[in-house]
Design a binder for this molecule. Structure first.
Ligand code: F6P
Length: 746
């Protein structure tokens, strides 16, 4: 109300002032004009009066019969406006005059007053008319008119003119305020519609309807540009100024997400309880996902929902299937979800690992798709979505769904928590549309993923593959510039967020030399021996066979290394109940033996295969002990082994050999980048690494350490959460604008 009043005053006040000034100018002008008209009128009347009595008084004047003249004068002044008549003789004597007679008027002043027209305060007009006969002047007739009517009329006119201005002012102000109010409403509604409309952010998303006010059309481009600038400036600012640490992430959560709850969903749990001789023991799984997400959860708290797969998992949870972790100092809640053997086989081993895994990795293993597995996949995805809904304390939690096990979860959660902010992160590569097209349920999977607000991949290349896949198989609007997919009015932003590790807060205990000595002692390697290390799950995508073949080729090409070089391959058993993995393990063992037999020497064997689980301390010892770390994945989303190796080398020594098909190769340019299928090239790279001067090792390692320290896992999570925060603020604003628009139109 006050806003409307203020707005109206803004129009009305200047208008009133302008009209007042105009009235000030116009009224005197009208006064002068009307006076001129009245005087002219009176002069004409005086002439008429003169004409009518001229003849009647000439004869008595010649005869000197002044009483007859006076009589005649008295008869004539019956006219209300004729005030007096007088007769002046040629000698200037006022011979006859009617009563009353204006005192200051005599024959001399009358002739002067002819030009002044007004004689006194009484507002009289005097006309002097000569009376002649035969060309001889006999005297002059003074005709005095009462002009007070003119003053009355002038006052009347002034009153009406001012009245007219006031009326016109009121009407104009009223119409102006009304039109302004209506236009303003239209513009406000139009701007709101524009702000709510996703098309504003995305230039090529054409709004199906024209903007409410066509006058606003030119603004759309400007607004788009402004929003884009603000967003990219904001992102740049975030990237430049934020040194990402757990503390930064916590602060960000507090400030940007106002402490909103975070729920993580993944298949693999961060802590597995296994039955031990003296009760349950905790084990950390070999999983890049867990390596990355766990420190984030420690920083953010919240709830992590995962499959309880350990033999002692059920013993360690409370009635709500919750357990606080890390067990010695809990900082977040692990909620375990139970699966039957059949469910695990169908959903995890079957659909996820025999279907999706080979489908997304180009590792030349045929994907297997069974309808029964698909049924279990849907069922388990629904169950995890249900767990999210149960764990959510609010209607709009931030849900971070992890990986290819849960492509349908975003959609299922969205159905039940429409206001949740869902971030889906795909930890493995996304293939091109032709490859993905093999999957019989491709459409369902894509639609499931598009239930999320943000869909993250490690690299731009995987984002591009995903967008092309959507374009090929789903009815959707794709905006390539802003990397957004819109289906049924809901937008999903597809963005690259390269995952990383938590940069070690302090260097591991003990020196690198001590770690080397310990590992060498354990492995029975002489001090001068040269050591390469590979750390992987025992998976056919990791290029373990190719790596061993490269060692074999190295020894062929550079026999001087026989007996002087060993590759320790740590291979954590993985998905061992699948035949493909069993076959693979057997093959790896066989090839290792074959190479060791072939290059048998008095020195240690060239390949030391350790098919067993290693805890993270032991893995770090190996990273620190080696000369070379070899990562030869045939296809990998990111590969965190490469980054962990870099993180552990505070001595700035050691060489990283890295597959060009791992996402990490897009960031770690100072590694020796290899094609794992090109065995000779990998062999030569191992030789180059073993003979690389210290100074070069240091320069490369220093540069990579700087990058990984900065682009750490807190930045990975932070950038996603910052983007989520922006989306949430935008959604809240949109909701508020919706309410305001509703109020306005009510
Ligand atoms: O690489 C994909 C991924 O889910 C990783 O995130 C994780 O390191 C690995 O697979 C673990 O596999 P699994 O949970 O089947 O042992």
């Amino acid at each position: 109300m006050i806003r409307t009043l203020r707005l109206s005053l803004r129009f009305v006040l200047p208008l009133a002032i302008a009209l007042f000034l105009m009235a000030l100018l116009v009224v005197p002008w009208i006064d002068t004009l009307t006076t001129r008209w009245f005087v002219r009128d009176v002069e004409i009347r005086a002439q008429l009066v003169g004409n009518s009595i001229d003849d009647a008084i000439t004869t008595p004047l010649v005869a000197g019969n002044y009483p007859a003249i006076e009589q005649r004068f008295q008869r004539t002044i019956g006219d209300e406006r004729l005030y007096a008549l007088g007769l002046c003789l040629p000698d200037g004597t006022l011979a006859v005059h009617t009563d009353p007679w204006p005192v200051p008027l005599d024959c001399r002043t009358a002739s002067e007053a002819r030009t002044a027209r007004s004689l006194s305060d009484e507002a009289l007009h005097v006309s002097v008319r000569a009376i002649t006969r035969d060309g001889k002047e006999l005297g002059s007739l003074l005709i005095v008119h009462d002009m007070s009517f003119m003053q009355r009329r002038s006052a009347d006119t002034r009153f009406w003119v001012i009245g007219l201005f006031v009326m016109a002012g009121l009407v104009i102000a009223g119409i102006t305020v009304l039109v302004a109010q209506l236009s303003l409403r239209g513009w406000v509604a139009g701007v709101r519609e524009m702000l709510r409309d996703e098309t504003l952010r995305d230039e090529t998303l054409r709004s199906p309807t024209a903007p409410a006010s066509p006058e606003l059309a030119p603004l759309i481009g400007d607004l788009r540009e402004m929003l884009r600038d603000i967003e990219s400036e904001q992102r740049l600012h975030d990237d430049m100024t934020l040194h990402w640490t757990p503390h930064t992430l916590r602060k960000l959560l507090r400030e940007q997400l106002s402490g909103d709850e975070i729920i993580v969903v993944s298949n693999r749990e961060p802590y597995i309880h296994e039955t031990g001789a003296n009760g349950p023991v905790v084990r950390r799984p070999a999983s890049g996902l867990v390596t990355a997400v766990e420190p984030v959860m420690r920083a953010c708290s919240g709830t992590w929902i995962a499959h309880g797969s350990g033999s002692a998992d059920r013993e360690t949870v409370d009635a709500r299937d919750h357990v606080g972790v890390p067990t010695n100092n809990p900082s977040y809640t692990l909620r375990r979800v139970w699966l039957t053997k059949e469910e695990e086989e169908g959903y995890y081993y079957g659909f996820a690992n025999e279907g999706m895994w080979p489908l997304c990795h180009i590792a030349h293993v045929r994907p297997v798709f069974r309808s029964s597995d698909w049924e279990y996949y849907q069922l388990v995805n629904r169950r995890f979505a249900g767990a999210v809904v149960n764990e959510a304390k609010t209607e709009d939690p931030v849900v971070l769904v992890q990986d290819y096990h849960f492509a349908l979860v975003p959609h299922f959660v969205r159905e039940r928590l429409p206001r949740a902010t869902i971030i889906m992160f795909w930890h493995i590569p996304w293939p091109n549309p032709e490859s993905f097209g093999i999957c019989p349920w491709k459409r369902e999977l894509i639609e499931g993923l598009l239930g999320s607000d943000i869909l993250g991949f490690h690299t731009r290349y995987h984002c591009k593959n995903f967008l092309e896949t959507v374009d090929r198989f789903v009815e959707a609007r794709i905006e390539y510039e802003s990397s957004t997919v819109t289906v049924g009015g809901r937008a999903t932003r597809v963005e690259a967020y390269p995952i990383s590790i938590a940069w070690p807060e302090a260097p591991p205990e003990g020196t690198v030399a001590a770690a080397r000595a310990e590992v060498f002692a354990q492995a029975g390697l002489p001090p001068a021996h040269r050591l390469a290390v590979g750390v992987d799950r025992l998976d056919y995508t990791k290029g373990i066979i190719e790596r061993m073949r490269a060692v074999e080729r190295l020894l062929e090409l550079h026999p001087e290394w026989i007996g002087r070089f060993t590759l320790i391959q740590i291979a954590a058993p993985s998905r061992s109940s699948l035949e493909e993995y069993q076959r693979f393990e057997a093959q790896v063992r066989e090839i290792a033996t074959e190479i060791n037999v072939r290059f048998d020497s008095p020195g240690p064997e060239p390949v030391r295969l350790l098919v067993e689980h290693h805890d993270s301390a032991s893995v770090i010892q190996h990273y620190r002990a080696c000369d070379v770390c070899v990562v030869t994945s045939l296809h990998d989303g990111m590969n965190l082994v490469a980054k962990e190796f870099i993180g552990s080398r505070d001595d700035e020594r050691g060489v990283l050999i890295l597959s060009q098909f791992a996402g990490a190769a897009r960031e770690l340019h100072e590694a020796l980048i290899v094609n794992p299928y090109h065995i000779d090239q990998v062999a030569e790279s191992i030789h180059t690494a073993l003979t690389m001067p210290d100074s070069e090792q240091q320069a490369r390692m220093r540069s990579m350490r700087q990058l990984v320290r900065e682009f750490n896992v807190f930045r990975w999570a932070g950038r996603m959460l910052l983007d989520a925060g922006r989306l949430r603020r935008r959604a809240r604003l949109r909701a508020r604008l919706g309410e305001d628009a509703h109020e306005l139109s009510a």
